[in-house]
Design a protein around this ligand. Structure first.
Ligand code: 6PG
Length: 206
């Protein structure tokens, strides 16, 4: 994976302006080369605000496929659901065809939800590689992305989607795309905002 380009905004407004510009650029550049742009979207408050900004952009959503990168194992109307967050921040404001959203089915068992997502991603990967054109990620203060936490077995998974545990979160039972899936992306935007994320920035600085 290439060394990250790190942008240090001077103000909060600059942070969001740059995040929005980079996300829109990634989408538009992809759509100049491909019929469809595949976006992998994470949960979390920082990514959520970027999704709210993207909802205001005049993007060709019918040519965008959204894959929700991770989920808490709750029903999609639960306050902790990432799909609910995405629906409120973005989906209800745009006209995205229902078939253009891939999310974990938390109405079934966690195992079958992970297996179904793995199957869908495998099919997408067979149609075209890399699997994703752009990922929009947040990171926890501990450096986790998606629901991939240090020391967890899932970090070595050879599946594309798997179960995971978030020991210190309100909802510990998780579903997540794996590193094997996430590393298969043309680009990624990692949103790190707040002093508690400084250690993560310093790790990226190498
Ligand atoms: C989740 C996320 C998680 C999130 C980071 C950053 O389901 O919570 O996928 O990886 O992106 O924890 O979240 P904040 O932006 O809220 O700090």
């Amino acid at each position: 994976m290439n060394k990250p380009t790190i942008f240090y905004p001077q103000t909060e407004a600059e942070f969001w302006q740059k995040a929005k510009e980079d996300a829109v650029l990634a989408i538009r550049e992809t759509l100049q080369k491909q019929k469809v742009c595949r976006l992998g979207l994470a949960g979390g408050e920082t990514p959520k605000h970027l999704y709210e900004l993207l909802a205001e952009e005049n993007l060709p959503w019918e040519r965008i496929v959204i894959i929700l990168i991770d989920e808490r194992y709750v029903l999609s109307d639960h306050s902790e659901s990432n799909l609910r967050m995405l629906r409120e921040a973005l989906l209800k404001k745009i006209s995205l065809p229902p078939e253009n959203i891939l999310a974990f089915d938390t109405s079934s068992t966690r195992e079958s939800a992970a297996e179904e997502m793995s199957r869908k991603l495998t099919k997408l990967g067979q149609e075209r590689n890399p699997l994703f054109d752009c990922l929009i990620l947040g990171a926890g203060a501990d450096g986790h992305i998606a629901s991939l936490f240090e020391g967890e077995e899932v970090l070595n998974s050879q599946e594309l989607a798997a179960l995971s545990q978030a020991k210190h979160s309100a909802v510990q039972e998780r579903l997540t795309l794996t590193l094997k899936a996430l590393e298969n992306s043309s680009r990624a935007i990692l949103l790190l905002k707040g002093s508690e994320k400084l250690a993560v920035v310093q790790t990226l600085e190498g």
